[in-house]
Design a protein around this ligand. Structure first.
Ligand code: ATP
Length: 318
């Protein structure tokens, strides 16, 4: 049986009469990235706060790092690191001082503390900024410092609550690299994000939280297969071949500029085979054939309901 780093059964949490988490189940194998997606206010931060012992659940059987959350929160705390919206960075002191403070909290000797701090500042490209007050850091630098501070205790499970919100594309990619590196070292990452592309890039498994329940869970590919919207695209170099194909494939969507045809398809082997047979029979020879599956945006909109999330541009997807 796979070792689970995080396991939640029937997790419930309400604030007054508002049910935020309505009996959710989560299972995160060790050394993987699990991403919790959901619209604003879906309860992602609440789930992170509960699993990282910052607040208590109303009900549920919860285990993190093999420890029962209710019975042994201290052991859970020793196994995890948390960074996110409630950042631990103190702006009044330097990055290095923040790191050394963290080393003290973890009871490292002065010498060991300095060694670990120097190593992590180097790893997170913060050596130049180390002697400057953290309040002068950019958003990306603060996030890097925050993660570096979390790693002082060498946690095996890390909760990252929206680690790239507000970062520019370059800083976001740097953060993705950091997360991948952590996972390759065997760390388990529980990631909440508003960016579907981020979950798609990083997560082994994704759960979509909506109305207090997990609306769907699976790999990015599994989630994409849940909803329609896939198609096969044929591209032609020769306008005459394109016209012949368009005539033969009546239900395709034409793009006369790009000389492409789109044919609805779920992308399964069976559908592809029958399409290829059909193209051969109709003597249609495309110069390129690509299969397009729906992206996570499509999945998100379908699962969280059009009334709740209007179809907007990517940057507005929250
Ligand atoms: N301390 C609190 N008291 C009352 N209600 C709260 C409290 N904390 C959170 N809530 C409510 O619980 C719901 C879930 O909040 P939560 O912050 O977990 O959502 P989220 O999915 O992380 O959203 P976002 O993407 O906006 O960060 C929201 O409706 C929020 O208003």
């Amino acid at each position: 049986m796979t070792h689970l780093a995080i396991a939640a059964n029937a997790l419930r949490k309400s604030y007054g009469d508002k049910v935020v988490l309505d009996g959710i189940d989560l299972a995160v194998p060790g050394g993987t990235v699990f991403s919790l997606l959901g619209p604003n206010g879906a309860g992602k931060t609440t789930a992170v706060k509960i699993l990282s012992t910052l607040i208590t659940a109303d009900a549920g059987d919860l285990r993190v790092g093999g420890h029962d959350l209710a019975a042994d929160p201290q052991a859970v705390r020793a196994a995890i690191g948390v960074t996110g919206q409630f950042s631990a960075v103190d702006g009044l002191i330097t990055g290095e001082e923040n790191m050394l403070l963290m080393a003290d909290l973890h009871h490292l000797s002065k010498r060991e503390g300095r060694r670990v701090a120097a190593e992590l500042l180097e790893r997170f490209d913060l050596v130049e900024a180390a002697k400057k007050p953290a309040s002068t850091y950019s958003g990306g630098m603060k996030r890097r410092l925050d993660i570096a501070m979390t790693l002082v205790g060498n946690p095996r499970i890390i909760f990252l609550d929206e680690p790239t919100t507000g970062l520019d594309p370059r800083s976001r990619h740097t953060m993705w690299g950091i997360i991948r590196e952590l996972v390759s070292d065997g760390v388990t990452v529980f990631l909440t994000t508003q960016y579907l592309e981020e979950a798609d890039e990083l997560a082994d498994r994704i759960a979509v939280l909506n109305d207090g329940k997990i609306a769907a869970e699976g790999t990015a590919a599994e989630l994409k297969r849940l909803i329609p919207g896939g198609h096969v695209q044929l591209r032609f170099e020769d306008p005459a071949a394109y016209e012949r194909a368009a005539g033969a494939l009546r239900e395709s969507v034409r793009d006369d500029q790009a000389l492409t045809l789109q044919i609805p398809s779920d992308g399964t082997q069976r559908e592809l085979r029958s399409l290829l047979d059909w193209l051969d029979a109709a003597d249609v020879h495309a110069d390129a054939l690509t299969v397009h599956t729906p992206d996570l945006d499509d999945v998100f909109f379908a699962l969280t309901g059009p009334a709740k999330v209007p179809h907007q541009t990517k940057e507005n997807v929250r």
